[in-house]
Design a protein around this ligand. Structure first.
Ligand code: GTP
Ligand code: MG
Ligand code: ZN
Length: 338
């Protein structure tokens, strides 16, 4: 029998597929699919062939609307970057990195900010992000303060919760959907920097009631991601508040070019200095990798294709460049290091 469903979890080679009747099937993927380069993501809509009353084989993956490589999820309506006001402390630069990274990968989808744990400490980032266009919620998963209006923003959407470990992504999901089976860390493990959620999981927050398609995606916290080798102009477009600044120069990256208006805009208070600094740091990170690869390429040319600058270690063991890593991740959708 062939059925349709959605991948809600991936563990090693097992794909957990929820069918249209809300039953979960443990499936393998047909080898041909993977050979054809059709890697599967949580959020993918698939067709599968049942092999008994619980198991099946995925035989087809439907066209996806979009995908995020980190965290790896397909068919997303919006990404919510979750940070906490405290434990761990709010880190503006880290939030800017997440926002820029998500906007780079999914320029057409909405990206929101959620500040959790306001029961412990209240912070207000509205002013800081006033001109950036991000929708901001201040909530507490513990006391449920601010949760009703936050929940309104999730209606009829598939929303991915992304953010560092310990900020309360899983706690928010549990507060919104008490039936969800998600792991929540305790304070001591969080303080030791342990990551609690290990796998991406898609949760139906309306518990399968028909006519409503609200899903939340719980993801493992991560801190390591690189902008190395990404397109500099496109990075600028991820900063809405900087992108809108009209500079006299065509295609100006606002990176210290003589005559660039950015300095003046900061002095006038039109642009936030901390947002601009985040942008400059990200730009420098992206440039570094470009300089590195250009050097390697020219060296390789002058040495007849052999790259003499790399140490002679086993090819298999040689660490991939960060650019390569990023490209591979984008291609395969495999989980990165969390
Ligand atoms: N006081 C307070 N504590 C919270 C709140 N939300 C979560 N916590 C606590 O913060 C800790 C981390 O919560 P998790 O939900 O596991 O965090 P996470 O973001 O899912 O972490 P990873 O799965 O490691 O990425 C737990 O001890 C929660 O009880 C909140 O609103 N207020
Ligand atoms: Mg979690
Ligand atoms: Zn400029």
């Amino acid at each position: 029998m062939n059925l349709n469903g959605k991948i809600t979890k991936i563990l090693a080679n097992f794909y957990y597929v929820t069918d249209t009747e809300n039953k979960v099937w443990e499936c393998f993927a047909r080898a041909r699919l993977l050979k054809e380069g059709k890697y599967l993501f949580v959020g993918d809509n698939v067709e599968f062939e049942t092999s008994d009353s619980k198991h099946g084989i995925i035989i087809n993956v439907k066209d996806r609307k979009n995908k995020l490589s980190k965290p790896p999820v397909a068919n997303i309506d919006q990404v919510i970057t979750v940070f906490s006001s405290v434990e761990p402390d709010f880190d503006e630069y880290n939030l800017d990195r997440y926002l820029s990274f998500v906007r780079y990968e999914l320029p057409d989808e909405k990206c929101l900010i959620c500040i959790n744990k306001i029961d412990l400490k209240k912070i207000d980032i509205n002013k800081l992000y006033q001109k950036s266009g991000f929708d901001i919620s201040h909530v507490s998963a513990l006391t449920k303060e601010g949760l009703d209006s936050f929940a309104e923003k999730l209606k009829n959407k598939t929303s991915v919760l992304a953010g560092p470990s310990g900020v309360g992504k899983s706690s928010l999901i549990k507060a919104l959907a008490p039936h969800a089976s998600v792991l929540i860390g305790d304070l001591s493990s969080i303080r030791q920097g342990k990551h609690i959620t290990r796998n991406v999981q898609l949760i139906d927050i309306k518990n399968g009631h028909s006519g409503n398609e609200s899903f939340l995606v719980d993801t493992p916290g991560f801190t390591q991601f690189s902008f190395g080798g990404l397109n500099l102009n496109q990075i600028l477009t991820t900063f809405e508040d900087l992108k809108i600044i009209k500079c006299g120069f065509y295609n100006c990256l606002h990176n210290g070019e003589e005559g660039c208006v950015m300095e003046e805009m900061i002095k006038k208070g039109e642009v936030s200095l901390s947002r601009y600094n985040s942008y400059l740091k990200i730009l420098a990170e992206a440039k570094k990798e470009i300089i590195y690869s250009t050097k390697q390429e020219s060296k390789a040319k002058s040495t007849g294709g052999k790259d003499l600058s790399l140490p002679k270690i086993d090819h298999q063991k040689r660490a991939k460049s960060r650019k390569r890593e990023k490209q591979d991740l984008l291609k395969s959708g495999e989980e990165g290091e969390y």
